[in-house]
Write a protein that binds this ligand. Structure first.
Ligand code: ZN
Length: 360
């Protein structure tokens, strides 16, 4: 993937870091281009406290913000997250001064993943480790476009037993305290940037997790993006019908009742679609930002809504003893769980899910 730098990358504080980053990326086959329009990955450098957003026209472009923080994060949400949002980034790389050595580097993802690379590593290893955290962005493709079809059969306009099970699952997640506290995006972004973020990431606010249930061989119901999962009621707004993946246009085909202004379906629809298509015995899928000890996990932390995350999850489901009843760890991110139904998933693993996702 071609990449470029923007912002204050030539400054005294960032120059050496930028050079090291460029070198390691080039050594892994990525090409540096001067023209931001031609790049698929933009590394956006800015000094502490002055995030400068990179507005992009194509949603297939990833932005990685590179900045400094005076001290290690004590509160991830209040310190790091606003920077991620205000710079409209897919990943924040924050340099934090360390006692003796290069700065420690903290990484922060939109899924609230947080990990770090120690400044005490030798320079070569240091940049290799940093690259390994950027690599998932540099090697993946987002599938967030929705192509709407407002011709859902009338019998489904009010939902069916599957959407009732999705509603129940949302309430049970809430009951288990597995829905994260809402983060008030409005406090950190202008209305214009909120619209931009919605368009780019397909997120309508920061709510996490998603729930789906198979309707037939081809279609499945799935929760919408950015809605309150504890109250999934309206078809077309809170729950949508995923009819397929349009590979040519690289987006999901989404059904809704006529006359409804539809929301976007969850960005992870591509992942669920891959699993349903390959395993006819899977009746339901749930994704939460929680963890279960001992589960097999993806190797890389691919961003939500990418084909690569979907493929990595599908690979592990395929290897499972029973693909229709398995739990997959998404590295530094959460769990994707398959089941015969959502009720079956909760009965099997619901009360064993812990909130804390390991970040090593
Ligand atoms: Zn997630």
């Amino acid at each position: 993937m071609d990449f470029t730098f923007t912002g204050t990358h030539a400054d005294r504080d960032f120059g050496w870091f930028g050079r090291g980053l460029r070198e390691v990326m080039e050594s892994h086959g990525h090409r540096f281009v001067e023209d931001a329009e031609a790049a698929r990955l933009i590394l956006n450098f800015f000094p502490l406290g002055r995030p400068k957003p990179v507005r992009r026209h194509a949603s297939a472009i990833f932005v990685c913000s590179v900045t400094e923080f005076p001290t290690p994060f004590t509160s991830l949400l209040s310190q790091g997250y606003p920077i991620l949002l205000r710079s409209l980034a897919n990943l924040v790389v924050g340099m934090v001064p360390s006692e003796n050595g290069d700065p420690d580097v903290h990484f922060l993802t939109p899924e609230q993943g947080h990990y770090q690379v120690s400044g005490k590593l030798p320079r070569g290893r240091y940049f290799e480790e940093i690259y390994s955290r950027i690599r998932p962005l540099a090697n993946s493709t987002l599938v967030i476009d929705n192509f709407y079809e407002g011709d859902l059969p009338e019998a489904l306009w009010e939902g069916d037993e599957h959407t009732a099970s999705i509603r129940r699952a949302g309430r049970r997640l809430n009951g288990l305290d597995l829905l994260p506290a809402p983060f008030r995006v409005e406090d950190h972004l202008s209305p214009r940037d909120i619209r931009h973020i919605k368009r780019l990431y397909g997120i309508g606010g920061l709510s996490y997790g998603n729930i789906s249930a198979r309707y037939d061989d081809e279609w499945f119901w799935m929760s919408a993006s950015g809605v309150d999962k504890s109250n999934l009621a309206e078809i077309g707004r809170h729950i949508l019908m995923v009819k397929g993946y349009d590979a040519e246009r690289n987006g999901m085909v989404v059904g809704h009742p006529p006359g409804v202004e539809p929301n976007r379906v969850s960005v992870d629809a591509i992942e669920h679609w891959m699993v349903y298509r390959e395993h006819p015995s899977v009746g339901a899928i749930m994704h939460v930002h929680g963890w279960l000890d001992g589960v097999p996990s993806t190797e890389f932390n691919y961003p939500c809504g990418t084909r690569e995350l979907g493929q990595a999850v599908a690979d592990i489901v395929r290897e499972a003893e029973d693909p229709a009843r398995c739990v997959v760890g998404l590295k530094n991110h959460g769990l994707t769980i398959t089941g015969a139904s959502l009720d079956e998933i909760f009965d099997r693993v619901g009360d064993r899910i812990v909130k804390h996702v390991p970040m090593d």
